[in-house]
Design a protein around this ligand. Sequence first.
Ligand code: SF4
Ligand code: SF4
Length: 203
Amino acid sequence: MANIPETTRKYDLSFARWVRDNVDGGERMNMCMQCGVCSGSCPLGDHMEDGPRKIFMMVRAGMKEAVLSSNSWRSCVSCYNCVVRCPRKVPVKYILQSLGGLAVREGYAGGAESDNGAFGRAFWKTASTTGRIDERAVTVRYFYNAGGMMGLIKKGMANMHAAMGLVKTKRMPVFAMPDKIKNRPELKAILDKAMEIQARRGA
Ligand code: SF4
Ligand code: SF4
């Protein structure tokens, strides 16, 4: 992947060209006709600072700083509504995901103590202990770690609208028990080995 262009300007089309050539699905972004179906279908659209339609417009305008510091790529829960509904077959979710990876690489995601870091830990703990991602478990762990029981209640109430959006789009079950894989000791052995290899490489 070519290095992302350095720029001090708010609008710089070299960023738009770079995204087109380097981001997964970026070459299809020119097909976007700004209809807004993706943002309107997104269960987290109200919680994104910009939403996919606007993000694509910002990319086209070369707004590197604004795109990479937006919370839109962090808010995506991979429900694929946007991908299924886009009339121009723009792979919206993949583009956001790829922009997110780029933002992390470029230092826009914050460190371990940031909100993103706290969410990452909650996500990892859930995935590594159950072998599955259950949105309810990740969210409870994330909110609880951030502020104890009061934090959990306050953030839970404040985000009720987002939760309802996830329930409506069948991205979050209400009554089903959280899923777990059968052979969790084997998963643990695999992860321990992976961490051992990573530690060796880092040494
Ligand atoms: S649904 Fe597709 S065409 Fe419409 S704004 Fe979103 S990406 Fe663009
Ligand atoms: S995949 Fe992400 S961006 Fe697309 S509708 Fe779902 S949450 Fe929104």
